[in-house]
Design a protein around this ligand. Sequence first.
Ligand SMILES: Nc1ncnc2c1ncn2[C@@H]1O[C@H](COP(=O)(O)OP(=O)(O)OP(=O)(O)O)[C@@H](O)[C@H]1O
Ligand SMILES: Nc1ncnc2c1ncn2[C@@H]1O[C@H](COP(=O)(O)OP(=O)(O)OP(=O)(O)O)[C@@H](O)[C@H]1O
Ligand SMILES: [Mg+2]
Ligand SMILES: [Mg+2]
Lengths: 254, 254
Amino acid sequence: MARLAVFNQKGGVGKTTTVLNLAAALRRQGRLPLLIDLDPQGHLSHIQNPARPEVAHSLFAFYQDGIPLKQLQREWEMLGHLIPSHPQMIKVDSIFGKGPAVLNRLRQGLDALEAAAGARPTLIDCCPYVGVLSLNAIFAADLVLIPVSTDFLSLQAAEEMARTLDLLEPVLKRRVARRYLLTRFDRRRRMSGEILLRMNERFGSEVCKTVIAENVSIAESPAYNRDVFHHARASHGAQDYMALCEELMEQGLA
Amino acid sequence: MARLAVFNQKGGVGKTTTVLNLAAALRRQGRLPLLIDLDPQGHLSHIQNPARPEVAHSLFAFYQDGIPLKQLQREWEMLGHLIPSHPQMIKVDSIFGKGPAVLNRLRQGLDALEAAAGARPTLIDCCPYVGVLSLNAIFAADLVLIPVSTDFLSLQAAEEMARTLDLLEPVLKRRVARRYLLTRFDRRRRMSGEILLRMNERFGSEVCKTVIAENVSIAESPAYNRDVFHHARASHGAQDYMALCEELMEQGLA
Ligand SMILES: Nc1ncnc2c1ncn2[C@@H]1O[C@H](COP(=O)(O)OP(=O)(O)OP(=O)(O)O)[C@@H](O)[C@H]1O
Ligand SMILES: Nc1ncnc2c1ncn2[C@@H]1O[C@H](COP(=O)(O)OP(=O)(O)OP(=O)(O)O)[C@@H](O)[C@H]1O
Ligand SMILES: [Mg+2]
Ligand SMILES: [Mg+2]
């Protein structure tokens, strides 16, 4: 089990941050993760390189021209590989129309890549929208990791995520495996504890034991085009993402 | 000038929070704002009433059946009126296809409402996605208010917002008026000052003088289905949103 779709319909909950830093933790554990930027806004790609890639060297080339994923990987120093996004990805929704075939495209591409180059932990960064792209990620994944920022508006979104994933069960003929990850947990706020309690009551063992604390090093690292381990190795942010990595590895999820 | 589209492609930057609390500030200034929830995820509507409205009593009825906006307004106690969203709104993208006519639908609806019921400050909450719905908001608005949370990933998004709005200029035959509003400003963090500096350098007088501080009362108020003024009237959050309201009113923007 090594394909994680990091997805939440809610914006700004730490999807990109989690892909970046969980990948970095995996790298430190000796794995060589593959990061896939499925967000047309390309925030993850931007952290790796602020200059936009050419369309032909982006994930869009896979969707539009069938270029194999193996050719689209670019090295991300001290992290692994990235297949970057491109603004044109917004067209994937309409290129393929609403047929079911498109929903399995990424999965097929990853299967082919795995056959050619071997299995490796794969993290897919999604945009906050349930469309063809995010569904590609969910259909391709062994697990959907749902970052939930520790605030009330995010609680409602967690409920909606559960519903969205359950609606897919008849289509996928399996229950979509999922984990909820509390992020931006601010210990000074009373509501943080209340939200953690409610998440545990509602989702039980699907809530990650690891909680990612609100931590300035996590917020700063993108400014240096880095993950939190390279920016501030001793920070709580780094510790929390390493703990998350170990928890997922213990459960065979990464 | 009283129609504000509160929009940013970036998720979780405080769009919904800003519509809620700016409306509350306007109410306290004696205005009677109209709030429009253009986000199919309906976070704003959920704060007003966690029970989902019937489709026939939501904004979707306007798009699908041409029901006049006047009939869809529901009273939001001590705030004004709300036209709530519905998950079915996700279909607006496909109902109308890609014709230009649909992009002016909301504007026409609001013109008709104004002719029937008079002008009033109107705040439109958008989802973090440039699609038919958000374009409806931009086409209908006198001003696009762009919340920018005070972190680096948001800086990049502000740049993309500027580009998105400029791309619309030939279509709208006017420059889209806009203001950037820094939100979630944490005075304890050094990077906050750096981001404020960069925003001012890049966007000059388009950056609101008012900055909304990171404030726990703002984060808590949705849990009580309230705006920050009713939840914690003396808080910095309330003060900041009132200052924003006064700044916009002084410039004739609300
Ligand atoms: N634990 C944390 N501590 C401090 N800041 C954080 C933390 N997690 C995320 N952030 C910051 O919060 C902001 C939102 O995070 P991020 O962009 O990763 O969310 P997202 O879900 O990918 O957003 P979008 O929906 O726009 O794709 C970023 O500026 C990020 O640096
Ligand atoms: N100034 C602030 N201080 C503290 N918390 C804040 C502040 N502004 C927003 N928040 C919190 O940050 C989270 C994101 O805000 P909000 O949902 O309003 O953003 P959004 O841009 O509407 O998100 P989406 O893109 O999902 O629609 C919410 O939980 C909100 O309560
Ligand atoms: Mg992201
Ligand atoms: Mg919102």
